[in-house]
Write a protein that binds this ligand. Sequence first.
Ligand SMILES: CC(C)(COP(=O)(O)OP(=O)(O)OC[C@H]1O[C@@H](n2cnc3c(N)ncnc32)[C@H](O)[C@@H]1OP(=O)(O)O)[C@@H](O)C(=O)NCCC(=O)NCCS
Length: 181
Amino acid sequence: MKYNKTITLKDGRTCCLRNGEEKDGAAVLTNFNLTHQETDNLLTYPDENTFDEKQEAEFLKSMEESENEIEILAVIDGVVAGTAGFHSMGNKYKMKHRADFGIAIAKEYWGLGIGKALTKACIWCAREAGYTQLELEVVAENESAVAMYEKAGFVAFGRNPRGFNSRQTGYQEVVSMRLEL
Ligand SMILES: CC(C)(COP(=O)(O)OP(=O)(O)OC[C@H]1O[C@@H](n2cnc3c(N)ncnc32)[C@H](O)[C@@H]1OP(=O)(O)O)[C@@H](O)C(=O)NCCC(=O)NCCS
């Protein structure tokens, strides 16, 4: 899928929302490792990442060529500030209407409007791809993310009190949310 849009952030800077491409492999891997060490609200720890730069580049290329999946980068002054994307939850008839959404932005860029814009971009693309439901899981204590999702129209449909087991804090409640497209 293709996506390309330039937005103005709350601080006046310009941010380009565009597909990740093969050439972005190293930058996206750097951003992934940074975001996953800056917060305890994501699924994996940096040491659990199995991708190297080449695999990341191949992944981005496959996403760009995909008809129903995407990985969108938020790029500011040539730097990858964050990423968001969705993936099909299965190609069987009973599942192919569902896609799984994920997003992470480096801490120094929080609160500028990137999360909202990336979420909106992914919702638009998921609808274009023909999905009728976009889903996500979020740590209940991640208040800014929960607020952002609710504003985008996501509705909670379940809570798992032992959804994650954090190395730092132990069990984290995880909320399942869905958006009808
Ligand atoms: C959650 C995250 C994606 C939000 O991105 P962001 O770029 O900071 O969000 P935005 O600036 O676009 O703000 C979007 C909304 O989030 C909420 N929000 C953002 N910062 C907030 C804060 N400090 N406190 C409360 N709500 C906040 C607001 O509802 C805001 O909407 P508004 O601008 O209309 O008030 C970002 O903090 C992040 O990547 N965190 C680490 C990874 C993560 O938690 N990912 C989600 C996993 S499910």
